[in-house]
Design a protein around this ligand. Sequence first.
Ligand SMILES: Nc1ncnc2c1ncn2[C@@H]1O[C@H](COP(=O)(O)OP(=O)(O)OP(=O)(O)O)[C@@H](O)[C@H]1O
Length: 281
Amino acid sequence: MVWNETPLLKVQGLHKQFGAGCVHCHKPSTDEQTGSRCKYCGSIWACRNLSFDLYPGEILGVVGESGSGKSTLVKCLYFDEEVTSGSMSISSFEEGSTDLFSKSAQQKRYIRNHVMGMVYQNPYLGLRMGFSSSGNIAEKLFAADHFHVGSIRERAADLLQKVEIPLSRMDEPPKNFSGGMQQRVQISKALANNPPLLLLDEVTTGLDLSVQAKVLDLIRNIQHELQVAMIVVSHDLGVIRMLADRTMVLRQGLIVEQGLTDQILEDPQHPYTQLLVHSLL
Ligand SMILES: Nc1ncnc2c1ncn2[C@@H]1O[C@H](COP(=O)(O)OP(=O)(O)OP(=O)(O)O)[C@@H](O)[C@H]1O
């Protein structure tokens, strides 16, 4: 696939440090050998100098072992975590001319509500379990300035149908639903504002294999139908193989390899990627 358009998302030099830091680690090392943890003060550089682009309608996979910085990356992109340094722009917001990390809290909320959707591994983070499923979608629509009650209910029904939640259950709260159904409601809520960018963090981890396959199928169909660009975080190369056009491999907060998913999986160049790929086989 050739991506010859303007990128939807541009991330440059994203660093995220946990801990106060010290004189020895005031600058994050981008040396693979050094590791992500400062041996003097224990601070962790969860993301080190991450730069990448995402094109409209593309699915970018982010893979790496536990602790490699995958979740921290998407949390930073969704403003759940404050970055230590770096910049991010989205072409559909102020024509991509401003750094979104430097915006005020209020502006960040606006950006989240209008141009992003997020699906968490834990549905309790993305849903109000006690609200009805349609109410969850309405909440996202209100946040994105849609106030017409009739059309909100219609949109909720439409979205829930898309993720195969029976309409007879649209007024039930997600706490009554199975794990797979909760993930599907979360996906429909994340799509409510028609975002050009959807972030998905380990969305099938913990689900039964057959349920996983259904959710993955659904994500693929949605991408096909709505052409929404996605960043899919997973430690599971099977998920990445099924969904991602391009893949970025993270290790100790650094990108060690990136490229077309087929190339990465068929002919990994970095020893760490080779280990990851071969442990799948
Ligand atoms: N709130 C936090 N405070 C301190 N350290 C943190 C915090 N969140 C993450 N970290 C550290 O940052 C590093 C990256 O964590 P992160 O959760 O991003 O990894 P991950 O690749 O998503 O792992 P997993 O697949 O297990 O979720 C880890 O060393 C982790 O301990």
